[in-house]
Design a protein around this ligand. Sequence first.
Ligand SMILES: [Zn+2]
Length: 241
Amino acid sequence: MKTYRDEAVVLRTHKLGESDRIVTLLTRSHGQVRAVAKGVRKTTSRFGARLEPFSLVDVQLYKGRNLDTVQQVDLVNAYAPALSADYQLFTCGTVMVETAEQLTDDDSATHQHLLLVGGLHALATRRHPPQLVLDSYLLRALALAGWAPSFHDCASCGMPGPHSSFHLASGGVVCDACRPPGAASPDPATLVLLGDLLSGDWGGAEGTSNRVRDEASGLVTAYLQWHMERRLKSLPMLERV
Ligand SMILES: [Zn+2]
């Protein structure tokens, strides 16, 4: 079957020639797909506007040797207008799609797809504070990739927590016996918040102060960078929000 249909989030687009575009999609069932959208930059294009970054689309693709070709696109949810209208939402969304692109490949990544859709939806509808939505998304995306941090039991020996030291290379909090030199000692409330963001306990997360949220974000960013081979281009944008 050369033609297939799937639901996808548009992660990125770039220009190809005069009027075409290459779109990077995170599909629900076919992993990450790069496809050519022909003629989308012409003003008469039927589906150009539907293939903007952050959009959730229902797409029909034709399988090619290197790149697939977009045959048909229906918009399921347009998150681009909401996210592009607010700088903080836009930067959070940009870090999310860039992280999703780096954590997935052409293997099926249904859970990463669904996590990203949930995160973009929560951002666009302002269901929770954007900073918390982003940090929760990043922790859960890293956990799906096999790098689940521990914020309660010792990441080295498993001794039940809570513990007060945090060490990136060890994978989260560590007990006093395992604590390597240079481990951080965050506010205990920060470690509770990180645990809540990883498990999706929004009631607890939304009751925290800005200072605790900022400390948590710093640790999430450091943890993300520790595990990513390449530095995310969009991360410096967050520091200006
Ligand atoms: Zn330990």
